[in-house]
Design a protein around this ligand. Structure first.
Ligand SMILES: C[S@@+](CC[C@H](N)C(=O)[O-])C[C@H]1O[C@@H](n2cnc3c(N)ncnc32)[C@H](O)[C@@H]1O
Length: 226
């Protein structure tokens, strides 16, 4: 069973018992509300504000830098948020291995590291593999919301989702764009143009056939023989 990190003070940071098995979402979020995940949540201004607006949804903030995660942890604890948990992990590992299939209603990815040098672009989170990893974890009709200040990365994001089967580009709701992130605030202050795009997953059973249960089957690794 996963639990928030034990420390003298309350914390929302999870320490899963297993780092290779799918997260036990029913234990982490027993209310079984729609789950939204932010990848690379940074200091978490967006997620803390967004989670406060929607107590009828659950939220998981994922960040690889512990200092930033702890800052968000303190902020969310001060706010008394009960629908948010945090995890220090590399985002693509979470997508590919820790999130159960068809368990997430919304993926937020805001101002991911742009890796502007050509030789470093292979490090970008939104690469050719990202749409299929997102499609696996999203429920049918689930949405990926993206924002960036990097024109080249934005073109790459659009190309990746444009060529991926099973996604349709959709409008980003104004209610969402009005909640800005830490980095976005900095870009806005400097007059730097930012871009956004949203993609809805069309994969899964047709509407009316009922939502999949959270924590659906997780694909098994092919058995490795010596
Ligand atoms: C440019 S900051 C943006 C933070 C926040 N989304 C915002 O808009 O204010 C990117 C954040 O993503 C985190 N990050 C970058 N790559 C990551 C990865 N592969 N997995 C998890 N976090 C990552 C970084 O540590 C950093 O906090």
């Amino acid at each position: 069973m996963s639990r928030p990190a034990s420390s003298p003070t309350a914390s929302l940071i999870l320490r899963p018992e297993s780092w290779v098995d799918p997260l036990p979402l029913l234990q982490i979020f027993p209310r079984q509300q729609p789950l939204e995940v932010e990848l690379g949540s940074g200091d978490g201004s967006f997620l803390a504000a967004w989670a406060a607006q929607y107590p009828d949804r659950d939220f998981l903030g994922v960040e690889r830098l512990l200092g930033r995660l702890r800052k968000l942890d303190r902020k969310a604890c001060r706010q008394g948020l009960t629908n948010l948990r945090l995890l220090r992990i590399e985002a693509s590992y979470l997508l590919n291995y820790l999130l159960p299939a068809a368990s997430v209603s919304t993926l937020h990815l805001y101002f991911p590291d742009p890796w502007p040098k050509r030789k470093h672009r292979k490090n970008r989170l939104v690469n050719a593999d990202f749409p299929s990893a997102a499609a696996r974890v999203l429920v049918p009709g689930g949405v990926v919301h993206l924002r960036t200040d990097d024109e080249d990365y934005f073109a790459q994001m659009r190309a990746m989702f444009g060529s991926a089967s099973g996604f349709a580009e959709t409008e980003t709701p104004v209610s969402l764009t009005s909640v800005i992130t830490d980095f976005e605030r900095g870009f806005n202050a400097k007059g730097i143009v930012t871009r956004r795009a949203s993609y809805t997953s069309m994969i899964g059973p047709p509407p009316g056939s009922g939502p999949p249960e959270r924590g659906g089957p997780f694909p098994r690794c092919t058995e490795i023989r010596a």
